[in-house]
Design a protein. Structure first.
Length: 370
């Protein structure tokens, strides 16, 4: 069996780490890794491959940044060339990025089975480009691996019931595998002169925030007014917006420590030792839950609704007063983290078992048709 794995952004590197590691152990399966180059900064890309022991990509398209349509179009053309050359049994995509939808569209156009890992997530906000990527990718995928029962139900509402499996969250598997190593090997707290539970970790990367001057300014007002020490690994897109707008710079308080993007091990260490986490990232919301750290989400909605329902996460949008209030006063208890929402950490094993069965059935059907 030949699998073409398409990745291009930080969350996908993290998810791919577990499955790629597992695939190495499986006889008769060849994985070909295609990196679109959507994240091209070393701290956003190369460092993750090294830290997580992900095999060096067989192909790196080095697409880089562009408008969503141009970036996706460039990816599709380059991916198609590689698919025609390799002709895999499955095209495997992760999450909700432009790399995801590009891979899905190429696969369906060439009548190859598309496998979507992290299928069925919905924020029900069509203003988010990620939501469009999810909906379209799910609608044309052949096999849909969901991380939660909520995701399965979301697909059912859209009439998608065939080829749907709840296998748990592959990010949980990665987290469980690497956490102890990350905490042992990361020296970031010493480098930043931080003590556990004496700082707030913040990440901002959604286009709705980074590309909106008013939103970004309001976020910084709320962070500054909280008076807490804020550690902010700054996404390149956020940095660009800040550098171009003095009105944002004026509202960045001295309590906000802006640092370069960090690798996975450093991020896990910062998350595990934080007093609270403030983010607009879906993945970081989950990692906060895995670490039992209170999460404050800089959005009006989330695809990870379970964390809200359990009382471990709060939506504050970009309202400065709400940001400040919840940084200071949001205190979930131990019972808010008591349920195993995201599976048992054996997602890769389940995925491979199902793919093997699907591949066997496909080959049997081809033999019969001859």
């Amino acid at each position: 069996m030949k699998i073409l794995t398409i990745i291009g952004a930080r969350p996908q590197f993290i998810k791919a780490a577990s499955l790629s590691r597992y695939l190495k152990k499986v006889p008769d399966i060849k994985e070909i890794i295609l990196h679109t180059g959507q994240h091209y900064d070393n701290n956003m890309s190369d460092d993750f491959f090294s830290e997580l022991d992900i095999p060096i990509p067989d192909y790196n398209l080095q697409i880089g940044s562009d408008t969503p349509a141009r970036q996706t179009g460039k990816m599709m053309m380059a991916i198609e060339d590689i698919v025609l050359k390799e002709w895999p049994d499955f095209i495997l995509i992760y999450g909700d990025t432009n790399s995801t939808i590009a891979g899905a569209l190429v696969g369906v156009k060439l009548h190859l089975p598309v496998v979507h890992i992290e299928a069925g997530l919905r924020s029900y906000d069509r203003e988010m480009p990620e939501e469009i990527n999810r909906v379209v990718s799910d609608s044309i995928s052949t096999i849909l691996f969901c991380p939660t029962e909520t995701a399965v139900k979301n697909l059912e509402k859209e009439g998608i019931t065939t080829g749907v499996y709840n296998v748990g969250d592959i990010m949980l598997e990665t987290y469980l595998y690497y956490k102890n190593r990350a905490l042992k090997n990361s020296s970031i707290l010493n480098r930043l002169n931080l003590k556990p539970k004496e700082y707030i970790l913040c990440t901002i990367h959604r286009a709705s925030n980074t590309d909106n001057v008013e939103n970004l300014k309001n976020i910084f007002i709320g962070l500054t007014d909280s008076k807490e020490i804020i550690i902010l690994p700054l996404h390149p897109r956020s940095r660009k917006t800040i550098e171009q707008n003095k009105s944002i710079k004026r509202n960045i308080g001295k309590n906000i420590n802006i640092i370069e993007p960090v690798g996975y091990f450093d991020m896990i260490s910062l998350e595990a030792n934080a007093k609270k986490i403030v983010t607009d990232s879906g993945g970081v919301q989950k990692e906060a839950y895995f670490n039992k750290i209170p999460c404050i989400t800089l959005r009006e909605n989330t695809e990870w609704v379970e964390t809200i329902e359990e009382g471990a996460n709060k939506l504050v949008g970009v309202n400065p007063k709400k940001i400040k209030e919840d940084i200071n006063n949001f205190h979930p208890r131990e019972q808010n983290y008591s349920k195993s929402l995201y599976g048992d950490g054996r997602t890769s094993e389940k995925i491979i078992k199902i793919l093997n069965q699907c591949h066997y059935e496909k080959r049997s059907a081809e033999e019969i048709s001859k």
